[in-house]
Structures are given as structure tokens and as C-alpha cells.
Design a protein around this ligand. Sequence first.
Ligand code: HEM
Ligand SMILES: CC(C)=CCC/C(C)=C/CC/C(C)=C/COP(=O)(O)OP(=O)(O)O
Length: 305
Amino acid sequence: MAKFDTPSLANSAPNTETAQWRDYLELTKPKVVAMLLLTAMVGMCLAVPSLPPAHVVILGLLGIGMQSAAAAVFNHVIDQRIDRQMQRTIHRPVAKGRVGTSQALAFGGLLMVAGFALLWVLNALVAWLTFASLIGYAVVYTVWLKHATPQNIVIGGLAGAMPPLLGWVAVTGTLDPHALLLVMLIFTWTPPHFWALAIHREKDYAKAGVPMLPVTHGVEFTKTMILHYTLLLVVVGLLPWLAGMSGLIYLFGSLALNLGFAWYAWQLKFNDRKGLAWQTFKYSIWHVFGLFVALLADHAWRAIG
Ligand code: HEM
Ligand SMILES: CC(C)=CCC/C(C)=C/CC/C(C)=C/COP(=O)(O)OP(=O)(O)O
């Protein structure tokens, strides 16, 4: 790996190796999409008092999953130059040349069209909103925002925060302000999720010339912002309960998880121990998983109760 450290080699033409199915899977960012689908499923369940119809869940998750995966594939194609400059991403299939740009575009295009068609069967609103999220991530964030401002992931985070609302609309066909509260949860979670990683990978982003907050405003300022967002998340986390969407299981679950996130952020800011940024990033992933499982468990409890 070390041989790619020098900028000249990092920028050189990619290797041409044979693509395997694993490369195509990697292009879809499967773990991120799996988490997005969990949040979409929670949106579907909370849209109705008990359980949504099985065919809506299946078609909806397939459609939202395919469109999210397509967005991830396009992100790999568009970012291939900067991916070749960062240690974390240097081995990605398009960056390395194992999957060519046109093959990746064809794969992404297929996923996009198939996903749109599946959602169209449910209702036009969910199909268009999901497509707008795809454009939001693959074009607005990846092409423009990422290189334009250190607030890139705050604004661009909206696309990744949309799945609970998309799930909700898949079931009801209409927009509901309650679904926006779930969007707000992920929207507030995204900056501390990403900036913790950006501190850990600051050198990567500086080398690739991407204006992430730790690069433009320094690590200390970024830590302060992370702490602010986690404290805001404690408050935003109360909203689903205050709005009557959830009960005590969610309330106490979210309080524990959000205070835990704030504790990590506090340590990151005021303790110089090495590795805290990476630990905070890892925690953020378990945190968002726990938050949506708590919403689901709470809903199931109320549905049978
Ligand atoms: C603009 C918004 C977001 C940005 C910039 C962002 C950034 C990132 C980055 C750079 C990684 C890769 C870390 C690595 O390579 O080790 C990552 C991992 C991850 N993110 Fe995010 N993220 C965003 C939104 C989301 C959302 C909305 C979710 C789900 C709710 C999510 C879930 C995950 C998961 C599960 C991983 C771990 C993936 C793995 O281990 O392969 N992210 N995120
Ligand atoms: C239809 C729909 C809901 C679309 C959203 C799809 C989606 C995959 C959102 C996740 C956001 C994400 C992983 C951002 C990281 O991109 P990055 O380019 O900053 O990170 P990288 O360097 O790891 O590629």
C-alpha cells in the first residue's frame, strides 16, 4: 500500500484487473445502503398504526435500495480521481480500474431505472422523491458541494437523511410532518458522524484538496462543532416522543444513545487520547442503528399493546 503514498503514483493511470462480482457489490456501498434501508423500513412502519402491507415493504425497500445503490455507484465514478489520492479509498473498484467507467455507469443506470420503476408501481411521489435524493447525493453533493464548501456534508446530508420519509411516502403516498422529524434525526446525526471520520482522515482530505471542515477550519473547531451537533441531537431526539410518534422505549433508548454520543464528543474535544475520533465515528454507526431499532421496538410494543 505504501507505494501509493507519493502523489505522482497516486495520480497515475489505474491498474487494469479483472472485475469480480464483489467489486460491483462494493460499488453499491452495501453497509451504508443496509443502514439507509433500516431507516426507510422504520418510516414505513411508523406511517401506519400496525404493520404496512408486505408488498409495499418489499417493493419499497427494493426500489429505495436500488436507487441508493445507484447513487453510490455514480459517486464512485465521479470521485475516482480523488479516490486515487486517498489511502482510505485508493483500492476502490473504479479508482483501481477493476471496473471501467462505462461499465459502472451502465450498472448504476440499470439500478436507477429498475429502482424508479419499482417505486412508480407504489406511487409517483415516492418515485420522484427518491430520484431527487439520488440526484442530491450523486450530483449536488458529489459533483458540487463536496468541492465548494466545508458545509458540504451538512447540506448534502439531506439526501442520506431522506429514507425514513421515502419509506413513509411509499406507504401513504402523501407527505406527513411526522416523517420530517425522522429526517431531522439523521440530518442532525450526519455532521458528527462524518466529521469524526474527517478528523481521523484529515491528511487524506488535505492531500486530495477536498475542503472538509478539519482541513479548512482546523481540528479543534471541528471538534467543537461535533460537540454542538451531538447536543442538538439530544434535543432533536426528543421530538418524536413530544410529537406522540413514540413512547417510553424510544424516549429512554434515544436519551441513552444521544447522551452517549455527546459523551464521546466531549471526550474528543477535551481529552487528547489518540484514536478518539475513530472511536467516535464507530460509535456513530451503532448509535444510528440503535436509534432506529428503538423506534421500531417502541412501535411494535405500542402496536401489540
Ligand atoms: C452526507 C452524508 C454522509 C457522509 C458524508 C458520510 C460519510 C461516510 C464515510 C466517508 C464513510 C466511510 C468510512 C470508511 O471508509 O471507513 C461512512 C461510513 C458509513 N456510513 Fe456514512 N456518511 C453519510 C451519511 C450516512 C447515512 C445517512 C448513513 C445511514 C443512516 C450512513 C451510514 C454509514 C455506515 C453504516 C458506514 C460504515 C460503512 C462500512 O463500514 O463499510 N452514513 N460514512
Ligand atoms: C436515493 C438515496 C436515498 C440516495 C442517498 C444514497 C447514499 C448512498 C447516501 C449515503 C451518503 C454517503 C455514504 C456519503 C459519503 O460520500 P462521500 O463521497 O463523502 O464518501 P466516500 O469518500 O466514502 O465516497
